[in-house]
Design a binder for this molecule. Structure first.
Ligand SMILES: [Ca+2]
Ligand SMILES: [Ca+2]
Ligand SMILES: [Ca+2]
Length: 275
């Protein structure tokens, strides 16, 4: 009898771990809000195809030893330049514990937003089209203090209008049975560039006026977020989430000089927690 109970217990344990391994989260984002705080415009070069920075959906799937992050936007991935794809840079900030003050509030240098201390993050997945040596070189030079918490995927696969990044749980430093539905997610869309200059980790700047390779309607200084789109609130894709994003990304001040950041005030963002 006891043996039978034990067998049932083992079976339940197996089923629950299989169920956890299959956990899949889906976030939605409204179309047409790929303008940061509400007014940003794309660079003028035709390589920046309309919709390229417009987040639509994120699917996050626990596959046991790995987690897949499939992020979909509103234009096909293109391959005209760069080491891999052309224009997108994605950052996925992960808050494992949702304990106020536990984790980082600063973001990767050049992103130019802060994360609310209540949502402080433990790891960020960095999805960028440059080679791993180039990315690691930039991180070592410009983000040494965050180096241990910036995680590169083991594999990134462009699929149509999506990039699917595979990340090892061991690289995130989490247990194999970690429950991804309890984490917070800050998924940001930026633009990648191989020539970022100064202290920016491979992201393209927003300036006051748009140019061939610069976004417009921000500031020539460094206080404005270089983020075009993000998931917010419940991430159910309802229209009000555009306004929530615009408000969240709009509370910044910038001096005129990108090398003098003393007058800058960065805006503060909140992460998304699955319901
Ligand atoms: Ca969007
Ligand atoms: Ca945390
Ligand atoms: Ca959005």
């Amino acid at each position: 009898m006891k043996y039978k109970v034990f067998l049932v217990f083992l079976a339940l344990l197996f089923i629950s771990s299989v169920l956890l391994a299959g956990t899949k989260l889906e976030f939605q984002d409204p179309k047409g809000d790929d303008k940061g705080p509400g007014n940003y415009v794309y660079p003028t070069d035709p390589i920046y195809v309309a919709g390229s920075f417009d987040l639509i959906k994120a699917e996050i799937e626990d596959r046991g030893e790995e987690i897949d992050f499939k992020i979909t936007f509103n234009a096909p991935v293109t391959f005209n330049w760069g080491d891999f794809w052309d224009v997108q840079q994605l950052q996925v900030y992960l808050d494992f514990d949702h304990v106020a003050g536990s984790g980082h509030t600063e973001t990767i240098p050049g992103t130019q937003v802060l994360v609310d201390a209540a949502d402080a993050w433990e790891k960020v997945v960095f999805i960028d089209p440059h080679t791993v040596p180039k990315i690691n070189g930039e991180i070592g030079l410009k983000a040494a203090n965050l180096k241990n918490d910036i995680v590169l995927p083991t594999k990134i696969k462009p699929i149509g209008k999506s990039l699917k990044a595979t990340v090892k749980k061991s690289d995130l430093g989490v247990a194999m049975d970690a429950d991804i539905s309890t984490w917070g997610y800050g998924i940001l869309m930026l633009s990648a560039t191989g020539f970022p200059g100064d202290w920016l980790v491979l992201m393209r700047r927003v300036n006051e006026y748009e140019g061939q390779h610069r976004f417009g309607n921000g500031s020539d200084g460094a206080g404005d977020p270089n983020v075009m789109d993000m998931f917010v609130d419940n991430a159910d894709g309802s229209d009000d989430e555009a306004d929530i994003q615009y408000d969240m990304l709009n509370d910044w001040k910038s001096g005129p000089d990108p090398t003098d950041t003393s007058a800058d005030k960065l805006t503060v963002i909140k992460l998304v927690y699955p319901k």
